[in-house]
Design a protein around this ligand. Sequence first.
Ligand SMILES: [Zn+2]
Length: 345
Amino acid sequence: MRNYVLIVLFVLSSQTYVHAWGFWGHQRINRLAVFTLPPEMVGFYKYYIGYITENSVNPDKRRYAVPDEAPRHYIDIDIYYKFYGDSAVYKMPRYWGEAVGKFTEDTLKAYGIVPWHIFRMKNDLTRAFEKMDVPRILRLSAEIGHYIADANVPLHTTENYNGQLTNQIGIHGFWESRLPELFGDEYDIWTGQARYLEKPQLTAWEAVINAHLALDSVLRFEKELTKVFPEDKKFVYEQRNRINMRTYTKEFSKLYHDKLAGQVERRMRASVKMVGDFWLTCWIDAGKPNLSNLLDKKHENDPMRNPELDNPNGSPTKVRPHEGDTGSMETITPKELRLRLMARR
Ligand SMILES: [Zn+2]
């Protein structure tokens, strides 16, 4: 009986990989990206910051309902080593048409399409800005933020996405959920102003390259620590959403996090920066539509707006914790945010 229970728990914990960055991380990345935007954009995004933050996790929620959804979140670059050797990440066809011509759409979808999907979303968001279509601008802004954040995660660039090929099952959720939840409050995520991207498709690939380069340490450091760390101190069982889940102990997490020397923080900061850059680029490519026109009276009862931002003097903004979100959201006043942003310019 005990074995049976353990197997069930093991299956559950090994499935946590689907929530890249965890709800906490995705929400935080989208939320902080708002504050990288220029004055012409930031008012609109702040007005809807609640929507942009909460809906950052939608693509993960529909992974089991929409058949085409899953491959949009990753790319197993190592599958292509047989064509290009270990420099595959530099040699893969950058644009979708070219890649389909070489590998077929079925193959690409079988191993993940995240860099191309980001570019597709970029074009959709640009069109939504051209049409001044507020619900679409908001939905696509929230969701492109999700895919960009996923593309920055090392374990989203490999066939061995959950350590299942190297006897490290559970490492996916460990790196992208457990570590940010334990240590993310200390991260310095301020990135400066968003910048225009000349070649957004190549920028999406840069994220994949940087994530893939970090993969070796993600796996190797965990393995090295496991060898010297007492096995019974590596895992602990914790209640999460009323389920008893196996998770990595704080001691083991701390040692691993120290060994990674800021890697999770760097990938998170890169995500925030890139999300802001993409939003800005779409808006510029759409001819810089006047977003303050979209914030007129008719949106007074808009369900997408965040009433907590009503106070122009800047009451603290807090994001409602999502069901399944195990992290605590940061509370920070707009004034403090502005000061911190200015300090980094
Ligand atoms: Zn995802």
